[in-house]
Design a protein around this ligand. Structure first.
Ligand SMILES: Nc1ncnc2c1ncn2[C@@H]1O[C@H](COP(=O)(O)OP(=O)(O)OP(=O)(O)O)[C@@H](O)[C@H]1O
Length: 229
């Protein structure tokens, strides 16, 4: 059987921030592989580097050393255009606050990234409707974000993040502003989506109950990505 390619592979990744005395070493030769269909929780105390890791993995920041592979492709030598293209097609982001466009319906919010990528309106609308139905929002396609509950808005944000069929989903506290039951529901749909599509997800969260429902839990210790004890 052919060896599967990781959706994300961090190899010896380093990230330093300048400081008055010695640089702050947030990532020190960190290794991490995320496999297709896997949903992994990133649980670590505040200030240990979760956002830094997500930014490096999402090609928003370049590492100071090491290599970031997305779908087997080395990314550090790509120019800005190449990185942006890869980010648009291969990576989806979900944040704590959904940042949906308020004047656009749920459907349009999921259509838009596909149109930016150049897809025909009909194709984009069909895919958006299919995705939102999968996320349990089939009856809410024409609602504006302001007419949706917090959990529904966050599910639209997940739909938008995966609209272009990325292989990798990166989420920073995606349910941080939801009540526990709604958070659980949103996570449930996210995990189901990964199972159904082979999407790999790395989800930073402080919620240990939700983290335990994921396939694996990792943390950042002394600049390395290690299993959560
Ligand atoms: N641009 C920057 N310049 C200097 N230091 C930074 C910069 N960004 C982050 N840091 C520092 O790097 C460390 C890791 O920050 P990061 O935001 O990745 O932590 P985090 O684990 O996501 O924290 P939180 O859970 O509070 O969001 C922190 O000590 C932070 O102060």
């Amino acid at each position: 059987m052919a060896q599967e390619t990781p959706a994300l592979f961090l190899s010896q990744v380093e990230r330093f921030y300048p400081q008055a005395d010695a640089p702050l070493e947030v990532l020190r030769k960190a290794d991490f592989a995320l496999w297709p269909g896997e949903v992994v929780a990133l649980v670590a105390p505040s200030g240990t580097g979760k956002s830094t890791l997500l930014h490096v993995a999402g090609l928003l920041e370049k590492p100071d050393g090491g290599e970031v592979f997305v779908g087997g492709l080395a990314t550090t030598k790509l120019d800005d255009k190449g990185r942006t293209r890869l980010r648009r097609t291969e990576i989806g982001f979900v944040y704590q606050f959904h940042h949906l466009l308020p004047e656009f319906t749920a459907l349009e919010n999921v259509v838009l990234p596909q149109r930016i990528r150049g897809l025909d309106r009909d194709v984009a609308e069909e895919r958006a409707a299919e995705l939102l139905s999968f996320l349990g929002l089939g009856q809410r396609l024409d609602h504006l974000p302001g007419e949706l509950s917090g959990g529904e808005q966050q599910r639209v944000a997940i739909g938008r993040a995966v609209a272009n069929g990325p292989r990798l989903l990166l989420a920073d506290e995606p349910t941080g502003n939801l009540d526990p039951q709604t958070a659980q529901h949103v996570f449930g749909t996210l995990i189901a989506l990964a199972r159904a599509s082979g999407l790999a997800a790395l989800i930073a969260t402080h919620n240990l109950d939700l983290a335990r429902k994921m396939d694996r839990q990792v943390t950042i210790r002394e600049g390395l990505v290690v299993p959560l004890a």
